[in-house]
Structures are given as C-alpha cells and as structure tokens.
Design a protein around this ligand. Structure first.
Ligand SMILES: Nc1ncnc2c1ncn2[C@@H]1O[C@H](COP(=O)(O)OP(=O)(O)O)[C@@H](O)[C@H]1O
Ligand SMILES: [Mg+2]
Length: 351
C-alpha cells in the first residue's frame, strides 16, 4: 500500500503527488487531497488530466525534471482542478525518482496571497509611473510639432515649383498624424461625472454600438444578474471601458464569433488596497484566438498593440477609467476563451 510506503508523507503539510512511469497518479497525501479538493480513492492509477485542467505548465515542469534528471522548480504555476472548478496559483517542485513504481515526486505550495497583492501593487505603481512619463513625453513632442507644421505651411506658400509641394504635404500630414496620436496619449483628464446608474444600461449601449459596427457573424449574448443594485459611476467612462474591451474581442475574432456579457455580484473583494463588502463583476468573454503570449504581461501599457493598425491605448484608457471608479480589470486568456473581468465596488452599500 502506498500509505505504508511513505508514512511520513501522510503527515506532511506540503501537498505531495507521486507519479508512476506512465505519469499516472500513484499516490497523493492528505495535504494534496485538501489543497485540490480531490479524493485519493478516485484517482489512483489515473492520469493527471483526470484530476486537473490547464496541465500544460505542470507537464512542462515534469518533462524538464525528467530530461535533466534533477529537480525542477516552477515558481508560478497555474493549475485548474475539475473538483474545485477554479485555478490555483502554485509553486511546484518536480523531482525524478527511481523508487520501484514511483517515477516523479511533485510538491506543491500555494503562492501566498500577500505576495500576489504586493506584486499587483508594484505593477500599479509602475504603470502609473509609465503613464506619467508618457504624458510628459507626449506633451514635449506636441509643442515642437506645431512649429514644424507651421514652418512647412509657410515654406509651401513660397515654393515656386508646385511639384515640390508633395514634400511639404508629407511633412504636414505626418505632423498631423503624430499630433493626433499625442492627443490620444494626453487623454482628457477631466473629472468624472458620477451618478447612480445601472450597469446593464452601459452594457446594452455597448452591445448595440458594436453590433451596428459588425452586423454579420458576431453574436453578443447577455448573461445578466438583473437583481444587481445601481452603482455610482460615470456612464460615459464606463461605456468607453466596456466598448474598448468588446471591440478588442470583436477585432481579435475578425468580427466572427461569440461574445458573452456577464454580470454578477461579488462579496469581500480587495480593490485598490481596500476591502469592499460588495462589488459588481462585469465579464466580457470571447471565443477568439486569445491574447498572444508575448503581450500578456503588458497589454495594459500604452502603445502596446498586437494589431498593425492599433494604437495600444484602448486598454490603458479602460484601466485609467476603472481605477477612477476604485475598481480593477483583470483577464484570463487561452486559445478559444478570453475573459476580461471588470470589478466595480459598491461602497455606498457599505458595511
Ligand atoms: N479579447 C482579446 N483577444 C485577443 N487579443 C486581445 C484581446 N483584447 C486585447 N487583445 C490584445 O491586446 C492588444 C492591446 O489592446 P488595446 O490596448 O485595446 O490596443 P489596440 O486595440 O489599439 O491594439 C490588442 O492589440 C490585442 O493584441
Ligand atoms: Mg483596442
């Protein structure tokens, strides 16, 4: 019996799974049962996919350990379980073994929540610093641009050969193009106008705008919790937020696919370092190709775009607006499913 093979593993606080030579589960200790919400009896001799979803990273870690014949540590591993239906963020150590029917030892630790929060905070600070830098830069570029454009115009008036105007026109048009980009970077910072509003008014507006832009091939389903209370917000800003996310989804799917707009109530969430008793979660889910891997860490940064004609400002602006509502935007993405979640607190429905 595995239990008597490794009696000490039974009492360990670390979650441990042992795999056999076929990468099937040969043993898991009670800490692992607890962490993953699994029951040992149903899993012994089954492959890992029987218990887990999103196993690519885990298999990668196991492969590295076997290939190098040494322990391999993955500090940030995401693993889903069928039992809990959610994804866990873990660190995992895979160690190759040569112990009878045991081939690999897996140890799992949850990545502490404080660590995650600290990282989010750091990210927020860094994004804000980047924004400031960009705004200042945009401002510095915009001023001399006016001079360049004006000079080109004066020059054009003095030119005797009309054919040469082609060149001054290039200067003028490119200066205009740059100016409009700079203006987008210097997005209006006027104070938001808050009033009581229902989030579904926002979603319905976005839905009709996007369907009008792309009438064929796109469906936008509603999955609303109509019992949600009103929130205090700036309607135009929130429309812009959802519009930017939905347009990205529609563009990623080349106008053909399905988008789901979902609303739910959430309890006890920390947003911008503050614990809120109640918040509204708005999810925008598409079945497109997913966010390209190399962009995942930076899609909220200004000027980061995966599209040839993109400015990379849609999500930056969305994040700015949401943070003015003390909320947050997060996403999960894989081929076939991308989900953006916008959290908006309901502080007036407080304690
Ligand atoms: N739902 C999505 N599916 C796939 N990729 C996405 C999705 N949403 C955003 N992206 C990626 O993020 C990039 C940044 O989006 P955004 O900030 O709106 O700028 P832009 O739309 O101008 O490129 C997009 O270019 C795209 O590559
Ligand atoms: Mg966009």
């Amino acid at each position: 019996m595995p239990n008597s093979d490794f009696p000490t593993l039974e009492h360990l606080a670390t979650a441990v799974i042992l795999l056999d030579g076929e990468s099937r589960i040969a043993y898991l200790n009670p800490a692992a049962e607890h962490l993953f919400g699994l029951s040992k009896t149903n899993l012994i001799a089954h492959p890992l996919q029987h218990a887990f979803t999103h196993t690519e990273q885990l298999f990668g870690t196991i492969q590295s350990a076997l290939a190098n014949r040494a322990s391999h540590i993955e500090h940030e591993l995401t693993l889903g379980t069928h039992a809990l239906g959610n994804r866990l963020h873990l660190s995992c150590i895979a160690t190759p073994l040569h112990l009878g029917r045991y081939a690999v030892l897996l140890e799992f630790h949850t990545i502490d929540r404080p660590l995650k929060l600290a990282r989010e905070e750091q990210m927020l600070d860094q994004t804000q610093a980047n924004r400031l830098l960009l705004r200042n830069l945009a401002h510095e570029i915009k001023n001399p641009l006016g001079g360049i454009r004006g000079a080109a115009q004066l020059l054009e008036q003095e030119l005797e050969k009309p054919a040469l105007r082609e060149y001054t026109q290039v200067v003028i048009q490119e200066a205009d193009r740059l100016r409009s980009l700079m203006e987008k970077l210097l997005t209006p910072q006027h104070a938001p106008h808050f009033s009581a509003l229902n989030i579904h008014e926002v979603l319905e507006r976005v839905r009709s705008v996007v369907l009008a832009e792309l009438p064929e091939g796109l469906t936008i389903q509603r999955d609303y919790d109509l019992s949600l209370p009103d929130l205090h917000g700036d309607k135009e800003q929130l429309i812009q937020v959802v519009l930017n996310i939905v347009r990205n989804a529609a563009q990623a799917m080349k106008g053909k696919g399905q988008i789901v707009l979902r609303t739910r109530i959430t309890r006890q969430v920390t947003l911008m370092k503050k614990l809120h008793r109640l918040a509204i979660a708005v999810q925008i889910i598409d079945n497109g190709p997913g966010i390209p891997g190399h962009l995942r860490d930076k899609i909220f940064y200004p000027l980061v775009s995966g599209r040839a004609d993109g400015h990379g400002l849609g999500l930056t602006l969305a994040q700015d607006f949401v943070s003015q509502h003390q909320g947050s935007i997060e996403f999960e993405s894989e081929p076939g499913r991308t989900c953006f979640t916008v959290m908006l607190p309901l502080p007036h429905l407080g304690k």
